[in-house]
Each structure stands twice: as structure tokens, then as C-alpha cells.
Design a protein around this ligand. Sequence first.
Ligand code: PS7
Ligand code: MN
Ligand code: MN
Ligand code: MN
Ligand code: MN
Ligand code: MN
Length: 357
Amino acid sequence: VHTRDVKNESPELQECFRFLNLTSRSFSAVIQELNHELLVPIALFYLVLRGLDTIEDDMTIPIEKKVPLLRNFHITMQQDGWQFHESQEKDRELLEKFDVVVTELKKIKEPYFEIIKDMTVKMGNGMADYAENTEVIENGVQTIDDYELYCHYVAGLVGEGLTRLFVTSELANPKLAERPSLTESMGQFLQKTNIIRDLHEDWEDGRRWYPKEIWSKHVDKFEDLFDPKQVTKALECTSEMVLDALKHAEECIFYMAGIRDQSVFNFVAIPQTMAIATLELVFRNPAVLKRNVKITKGDACQIMFESTQNLVTVCDVFRKYIKRIQKKNDPRDPNYLAISEQCGKIEQFIETLFPRQ
Ligand code: PS7
Ligand code: MN
Ligand code: MN
Ligand code: MN
Ligand code: MN
Ligand code: MN
């Protein structure tokens, strides 16, 4: 049941929805079923950030050009007719016709626009800092703190912007806005999962997001993660990355308890359950070191169904994948005990929320 009102949409807005379908595999459907009040603002928020990310990801744009594009994106997104024709990325068509996004952004309610602009300023500058840093230091992200700051810029801020939109439109408990660490966890959990899964693809593109503080405990050089002779070490490294992501799970579940509107609940829950399923898929999976792995269509359908009921069914999904992680956990892995404990903590947390007789 889509809440779009196509007959009353301008040609520019229809074009925006075409871009949304082109650029997002996972978000397009859930955005289009959002409560009418937030449907267009969140679709445009998505396209603005997708535009920014397309510039960030494009390794054919020289750094001295990329940095000002990122830092000034909140200005260009307000310039009538703005288009960008120098990207080689898959989603370049969005930037080539970005003027339709500019046009539609001017029509949304001002408080919504201000939230989107504020997040764009902060994300663009954060991405630029990391693009410059990667340029200077060949080794990329060093500490776990660096890694979390990057995830804050590209996902924690999305969570903050979305939460402000939900609270402003009264579709979420206003108390959520006073719990920034819950919101941050929602973004960190998604972004860290994405980074763990995209290890090989990102490396091929010249990007490395795994922090040295973690990988250096397992291999001497980052490239060694892809050396077939060191698979065991590489898997132990990804285990530690999964453990680090799992520390956000409880706060994510707590956040979802604060959502009042069913369409917003579905919108926030589906990516989270997809993420826990993806973490289980990548955990101790050597394929991650060779290519991009994806959960099957069948699993994705099942997860979508269970994520659009209520928090109890969402917790069932979390429990199911936590159990599978426990099963795959290997006593020879240096993080065996820590992983086992963290899984136990998540199960215990769910049990306390929803005791089963
Ligand atoms: C505004 C819906 C719900 C409180 C484009 C949603 C890349 C993982 O790196 O293409 O290309 O492989 O799979 C989404 C918190 C952000 C974080 C972030 C905007 C949830 C640009 C999304 C999404 C916060 C920066 C997936 C984090 O992209 O990755 C809207 C609450 C965009 C959310 C990036 C990544 C999203 C991501 P890649 P994907
Ligand atoms: Mn990116
Ligand atoms: Mn990207
Ligand atoms: Mn790319
Ligand atoms: Mn990625
Ligand atoms: Mn990707």
C-alpha cells in the first residue's frame, strides 16, 4: 500500500522517485510506504545523502576537487539548476539531473528542510576530513575511535536527522531525541555491518575502513587479509569486527521501542533485522574475503515480513540470528569467549523486555 499520490506529484517529484528506485535497493520500498507526512522529506533526504555518497565513493574525482564538492554540498543543493556531470559512479545519473532534487527541496516544510541541511553540512565535512586523511596516510583508518567517528559521519548523523524528523512530526516518542546514544547505535550498527560485508569490494576500490587497531592484531599488513594462506587469521579479524558491531544491538532494540507509527517502525526495523542477518552471514564466512556476499531473496522476504509486525517479532529475528552466530562461533577464535558473552547479553536483554513463559 504505497502512500504516494502520483496524480498530484510534479514531474520533478516523479523524477525524484524514479531516482529513488534506481539508487536504493533496500530503502526505496520502505520509504515509499512511509506515513504521508514524512514520505517526501525522507525520500529527498535519501537522495541528498545518496548524491553526497556518490561523490565520496567516486575515486576518479581528484581529491582537490572532491573535498570542496563535499564541503559545499549543502550550498549546491540549494542552487537552482545545479547538476554535476563528472562522476563515473553507478548512480551518476542522480547527480547529472540533481536540479529536480533542488526544486523539490524548496517545497518541503521549513523545519524538515533545516534538519536535512544541517545533516548535509556535518556529513559533507566529515566525509571530506576522511577523504583528505586517506590521501595523506596510506594506511587509512587507524583506531577504533577513528572508525566510529567515520561511522558517525556517514550513518550516526543519518540516524540523528531521521530521529529529529520523526519527533518533529510526532511519529516517535519525543524522549528519543533526548537519547542520542540510542540513535547513534542505530546508524553505527548499519554502517559497521555494511563495512564488514564490503571489505573486499572497498579494498578493490582503494578504500579500507577496518581500523588498524583491530586488523593489526591478526595480520601484519592489511593486504594479508586477502592472502589465501592466512584465511584463518583473516576470519578471526572479521570475527572481532562482528563482535564490535554486536555491541550496538541492545541499544538498537531499545530505540525501536520508542517508535509510535507503524510505517516508521517498519522503516527503521527492516534495515536493522537485515543487518543482524548480514552479520550472521559474514561471520566466519571465507567468501567475504573474495567477494560481496548477500542474504538470499527468501531470507530477505521472511525478514521483511517479520520486521513489519511489532517489536516482539523483530526481537524473534534478532534471537534467531544470534543463536546462529553462537552455533558458528569457534572455540579456537581468540574472541570466542567475548562473542559468546555478547550474544548471551543480547539474548538476556530481549528476555528481560519480553519474558517468555
Ligand atoms: C535518509 C533513509 C533509522 C534512527 C545514502 C539509515 C553510505 C549503511 O557504502 O548504499 O554504498 O555500500 O548500502 C538514508 C538510523 C547515506 C543509516 C550510509 C540515507 C538509521 C549516505 C544508513 C542513506 C540510519 C551514507 C546504506 C547507513 O547505503 O552503502 C535515508 C535510524 C545514505 C541509516 C552511507 C549507508 C547506508 C548506510 P554503500 P549503501
Ligand atoms: Mn561512501
Ligand atoms: Mn556508498
Ligand atoms: Mn563504487
Ligand atoms: Mn559499503
Ligand atoms: Mn556497497
